[in-house]
Design a protein around this ligand. Sequence first.
Ligand code: FAD
Length: 322
Amino acid sequence: MEGGAPQEFEVAIERAIAAPEAFGASFDEAPSRSELELGAGLEGDPAIAFRRTLGMFATGVTVLTARVAEQVHGMTANAFMSVSLQPPLVLISIDRRARMGALLHEGTRFGVSVLEAHQTGLSDRFAGRVAEDVPEPGFEVVHETPLVEGALAHLVARVVRSYWGGDHSLFLGQVEFARYGDGRPLLFHGGRYERLTEDPQVFSLLPRELLDPILALGEKRDYADGEAIMRIGEKGSELLLVLEGTVCVERPGRTITLGPGELIGEIEVLDPAGGRIADIHAVGRVRSLAVSREALLGALEADPRAAIALIELLAARFRETA
Ligand code: FAD
């Protein structure tokens, strides 16, 4: 969303910062001070120890947005939580020094864009950090509220209460709009970004021109409804491409289904000694192509470009978690 008068925007923000009470930021009485006791083994600055303790709580990452004088203001926040389903309520916690806090008061709307795993650049950008090679963020307006394009989930809420939260302000929002898409969330834990690695993809990420010659070496294999395709712990030395039908993948704590065009056994075929990491069975009749580890290694030897691309993919994965 572009346009609007930047000066008007700056003036609105500065006025709000200078006189927050005029913008409805009324707070309950503050509780009396008390000392923070640190557990055994934790020494040094209690504030740092407290911060690190809180950092053990893994969260997602959102960009909060508000509209001021036809301009958009965004801010990265992980202090976002669901509060109530009926009525639908969420809570955000904003540093009292942040410009965003000064823009919110009872009755105003704010947007919550839940970032997707690859949107670390956007998170840095809206946290005021240096973010290189990040394209200019795009906004979509819903309920007169800007939302960051490409995020995993979006909410629009209207502030119904604000509370004293020490050096932060708490804003309770009644949700007016909610939507989510497919994908994985960006996570924040221990002061750094993390990603879920539940469904590790390796070969699926190769460009088609490198993957297709490998899959062409596969042998056709059919499975009847309910038939086991792979069992957890079993030695696995094949990569399987689903051609037709549905496959159910059961990992401890999580079950997903895969369909035509999706690959099974991407990690195990590279590390067969580790054993299968899921129970997998056919749902209805399934047609597939099985590429043996020998055939796969032969293909990688024949075309080192695919091997190099795989090494780069694996290196990128390590970098993400390093
Ligand atoms: P600014 O610092 O002025 O703006 C933030 C940044 O967003 C600036 O770089 C600005 O250029 C950019 N920006 C704003 N609007 C636009 C736009 N329309 N287009 C392009 N760029 C724009 N702080 C909290 O108070 N609560 C939290 O829960 C919280 N969680 C965080 C979680 C993470 C993972 C990180 C990295 C930071 C978090 N912060 C949190 C810190 C917070 O994001 C920063 O302090 C932020 O700079 C405060 O923003 P501000 O409203 O003061 O505005």
